[in-house]
Design a protein around this ligand. Structure first.
Ligand code: HEC
Ligand code: HEC
Ligand code: HEC
Length: 169
C-alpha cells in the first residue's frame, strides 16, 4: 500500500504506522470540498464484499489508464467525489490551478500525479505514476516534484509527450 514509515502525505486512513503514529489525526487542509472528518476505515473507499465492476473492490469508478477521456456520467473518478467536489477540481478552484487542463485537455488520470491514494513519501499526496511519467529529456532527470511551500511547486518530468523542466505552479 506504500504506507511506509516515511509517509508524509496520506488520506486519514486508520492504520498504525510504525514511526508515524497518529499521522491520520490530521487537520483538514484542502480546499477541495472535504466532507467527513477522518480517520477512515478502508471501507470508506472499498467494499470488502465486492465491487460493481470497478475493480480493486472500489465503491466507485476510478480510471487509471494512461489516457482517459473524462466522462461525467458515469464519472471517471467517482471514487474521489464522495469527499472532494468534482466542481472544485474540474473548475480549478483548488490550490492546483492546472487540474482542468491536465484532466480534461490532456486526458491525464488522477493517478498520473496522485499515485497511491493511500499515502506517499512526498507532500500534497503527489507522486508520479512510474508506468507513464518518466524523466525529463531536456533536464535529463526526474520525474520529480519539488514542493515550494505555500501550495506552490515545480515539476521535472516527461508525460504524454510533454517535457517539463522545472515547470512551476
Ligand atoms: C497533472 C498532475 C495532477 C493530476 C492529473 C491531478 N492532480 Fe490533484 N493535485 C496536483 C498537485 C500538484 C496538487 C497540489 C497543489 C498544492 O500545492 O497544494 C494537487 C492537489 C489536489 C487536491 C488538494 C487540493 C486543495 O486545494 O487542497 C485534491 C483533492 C486533488 N488534487 C484531487 C485530484 C483528483 C480527484 C484528480 C483526478 C480527477 C487529480 N487531483 C488529478 C496535481 C494533479
Ligand atoms: C481514500 C480512499 C481509500 C481508502 C480510505 C483506502 N483505499 Fe485502498 N485504494 C483506493 C484507490 C482509489 C485504489 C486504486 C488505486 C490503484 O489502482 O492503484 C486503491 C487500491 C487498493 C488496493 C489494490 C492495490 C493494487 O496494487 O492493486 C489495495 C490492496 C487496497 N487499496 C487496500 C486498502 C486497505 C487495506 C485500506 C485500509 C487500511 C484502504 N485500501 C483504504 C482508495 C482508498
Ligand atoms: C472518504 C473521503 C475521501 C475520499 C473518497 C477521497 N479523499 Fe482525498 N482527501 C480526503 C481528506 C479528509 C483529505 C485531507 C487530508 C489532510 O489534510 O491531511 C484529502 C486530501 C487529498 C489530497 C491532498 C493531500 C495533501 O496533503 O494536500 C489529494 C491530492 C487527494 N485527497 C486526492 C484524492 C483522490 C485522487 C481521491 C480518489 C481516489 C480521493 N482523494 C478520495 C478525503 C477523501
Amino acid at each position: 500500500m506504500n504506507l511506509n514509515p516515511s509517509t508524509n502525505a496520506m488520506h486519514p486512513i486508520f492504520v498504525n504506522l510504525a514511526n508515524n503514529n497518529g499521522l491520520y489525526n490530521y487537520t483538514p487542509n484542502t480546499t477541495a470540498g472535504i466532507a467527513p472528518l477522518g480517520p477512515y476505515n478502508c471501507s470508506q473507499c472499498h467494499n470488502p464484499h465486492g465491487d460493481s465492476g470497478y475493480g480493486r473492490l472500489l465503491r466507485g469508478r476510478y480510471e487509471t489508464m494512461a489516457y482517459v477521456t473524462y466522462s461525467p456520467n458515469p464519472d471517471s473518478y467517482q471514487a474521489c467525489w464522495s469527499c472532494h467536489s468534482t466542481a472544485s477540481i474540474i473548475n480549478d478552484t483548488t490550490y492546483f490551478s492546472r487540474h482542468n487542463s491536465h484532466i480534461i485537455t490532456h486526458q491525464a488520470p488522477c493517478i498520473a500525479c496522485h499515485y497511491s491514494p493511500h499515502g506517499v513519501p512526498s507532500t500534497e499526496l503527489v507522486r508520479f505514476n512510474p508506468s507513464f511519467v518518466t524523466a525529463s529529456l531536456i533536464a535529463n532527470s526526474g520525474p520529480t516534484f519539488v514542493d515550494g511551500g505555500n501550495h506552490t511547486g515545480s515539476c521535472t518530468l516527461s508525460c504524454h509527450g510533454a517535457d517539463h523542466n522545472n515547470v512551476n505552479y
